[in-house]
Every structure is written in C-alpha cells, then in structure tokens.
Design a protein around this ligand. Structure first.
Ligand SMILES: [Zn+2]
Ligand SMILES: [Zn+2]
Length: 345
C-alpha cells in the first residue's frame, strides 16, 4: 500500500508533514492528485497564532488532476483538471434548503485526511466525493485554477452588491480580493475607483482595469469619491481591507440607494460609529459577503477556464511543497499576493 504526504499546522509557526496510507476511491469518490494549493488568510491566521486551532490540516484553495474514480462517478474522468469545493454544507438546514448553503449552520467542518481536521489541500492527494469537484479547461494553468475559491467568494460579493452597468464602484484595498473585485466590477460594466495606500498596489489596480486610483495616504478618499460622482457618492463600495476605520469610511463614501459590502472579516472586531439616520434617509444597504454558494463556485470555474480574469498579477510566488515552511513565511508578509504551493512537482 503506497503512502502520501499531508502538511498540518501543528502549532504557532510550525508545520509538520505526515505520511498517510493512500486509499482508492469507492462508489462516488474521486482521488485527486493535488497540483496547486494557495495559502489563504485562514491558514495564515492559524499559522501566525491569531486563531489557535491545532492541529489544522489547512489548504482550501485547491486544484488538481483526477487520478482515479469510484465505480459510480459520472461527472469526471481520469486526467480531468478540477477545482475542489471544500466548503461543507449539511443540505438539511434552513439556509441550505433555501439554496444559500454558504450560510449553512455547519459550514466548514471538513476532515479530508484521516485523523486531521481541516480541508487538507496542502497534501499530495485528496480523496473526496465527486460532487465536490468542478471540471476546468484542459489547458488551464493549475496555479491560477487554485484561486477558484477566492474568486468565487468575490463573485458572491459582486452578486450581493448588484453591480449594474455604468455604476460607480469603489474598491477599498488592492490585495488579491480587491484585485478580483476590480476585475469583476469591470466585467459588470462599472467605472471602478480603487483606493489603497501602497503605490505598487495602485499600479496593479490600474493593470487590472481600475479606471481611477486614489492613494488614500495623499488624498482624502471620501472627498475624492464625492468629487468624482458630482457629490452623490458611489453606487457600491467594497471594503476588502480589515481595518475598522476603512469600514466606517465605506459608509461615508456611498451615495443614496448605495450598497456597502463588508467583504473582509475583522480580527479584532472593533465596532464602528454608524449614523443611522443616514442609512434611513439615503436608503443605503450595508451588507457583507462570506464564502461562495455552489453557483458562485461554478461561475468562478468558468471565468478562469475562459481566461476572463487576470490571475498572474495576483500570484507572488510558487513554492514546492517540500518548502512548506518557507511558503507560509512568505504568505504572511502583508505585501505579498497569493503564494501557491506546488504539491506534486
Ligand atoms: Zn480562501
Ligand atoms: Zn446546512
């Protein structure tokens, strides 16, 4: 019986490699040879000790190739390139039955590798139910494909914001999530205004299609957005930076009937002052976006398979799985974009 490797965050700043027995898929299972797994904020927080849940088999942004299939698998065949949807949902709760499985009461309690909690993408192989894999184009770049899940989160966010043709859309923060929001808002026909305090990131924003960039270190971004919109304020503001002041600024930037999306999660979760009368009289909508639904995930696989999204500029490095510690150290540098772990190279 052959073995395969799984990487597990075993403590603060500590990753250990375990060897497990490689099992063959049964019934409706598929065995995936993992090509690429990106290190997301969740894994970074566990690694840094911000979230102490050890041991944690991290890695939920995964793309791989079908190695073998169970006897009742119909949707994929051996050799297919796939993205893996690792967000679990029970299918039985109120939200699942409304088709909003991203709000499932039991979401994200995956355990892919025997004995370890967590989605487990930082491994050589994964054995999962066939319904979790989504087929991709044969010629797709697998490092790009690993970003299906974060892009799907942004698709969900764009859908929540109901971005319309000709809207003024502000994206606060040009990290990877800001970069995806810029591109998706452009695809929806908006004029996109990107805000950041880092010049390099604003250059990336322009490259990804932002029409206007604002360096919030140099200008008052709220005033600037008002000026650009004849005093009205934006139609949509996405806050993709986890800073409470920026969340407050987002509410100030939006105009009548505008939508504010709190995309980031906040740790620590410092409350902000909210002028409720403004919400009342402007009829503004303040909402969030957390995790994708299956339909968002499907949309994301199509956007990537059809090459409609620039992913190259949002990947800082590709690192071999044997250098996993180095990959984590690089990933936690706040100025890097995604670090991709190549799991079988
Ligand atoms: Zn993620
Ligand atoms: Zn559910």
């Amino acid at each position: 019986m052959s073995k395969y490797k799984v990487n597990v965050i075993s403590n603060e700043k500590e990753v250990t490699t375990h060897e497990l027995e490689l099992k063959q898929p049964q019934d409706k299972q598929v065995l995936i040879k993992v090509d690429a797994c990106a290190i997301c904020t969740l894994e970074q927080r566990v690694y840094k000790g911000v979230m102490k849940r050890y041991p944690f088999a991290g890695g939920h942004e995964v793309a791989g190739t079908i190695e073998s299939i169970g006897e009742n698998v119909k949707n994929v065949k051996v050799g297919d390139k796939v993205a893996v949807f690792l967000l679990t949902s029970c299918g039985e709760c109120y939200y699942c039955r409304k088709g909003l499985e991203n709000q499932c009461v039991q979401s994200f309690r995956t355990s892919i590798h025997e004995g370890f909690v967590g989605p487990g993408g930082l491994s050589e192989y994964m054995l999962v139910d066939a319904k979790r894999v989504y087929r991709l184009a044969d010629d797709i770049n697998m490092s790009h494909a690993a970003l299906t899940e974060p892009l799907a989160c942004c698709v969900h966010s764009i859908n929540n914001a109901k971005v319309e043709l000709g809207n003024d859309v502000v994206v606060i923060g040009v990290g990877i999530m800001g970069g995806f929001h810029i591109q998706l808002a452009k695809l929806r026909g908006a004029r996109v205004i990107a805000c950041d305090i880092n010049k390099g990131r604003l250059d990336v924003a322009r490259k990804l299609g932002a029409d206007i960039v604002i360096n919030s270190n140099e200008t008052n971004a709220i005033e600037q957005v008002k000026t650009l919109t004849e005093g009205r304020g934006a139609d949509v503001v996405f806050c993709t930076a986890a800073i409470s002041q920026l969340a407050a600024d987002s509410v100030e930037m939006v105009g009548k009937l505008g939508r504010v999306i709190m995309y980031s999660s906040f740790h620590p979760d410092n409350p902000i002052d909210l002028n409720v009368n403004k919400v009342h009289s402007k009829e503004m909508i303040i909402t969030g976006a957390v995790n994708p639904c299956t339909s968002d995930f499907l949309t994301s696989t199509r956007l990537l398979s059809y090459n409609l999204i620039n992913v190259s500029d949002l990947i800082s490095d590709e690192i071999n799985i044997n250098d996993i510690q180095k990959a984590f150290e690089k990933a936690i540098d706040p100025l890097t974009y995604r670090i991709i772990v190549k799991c079988n190279r």
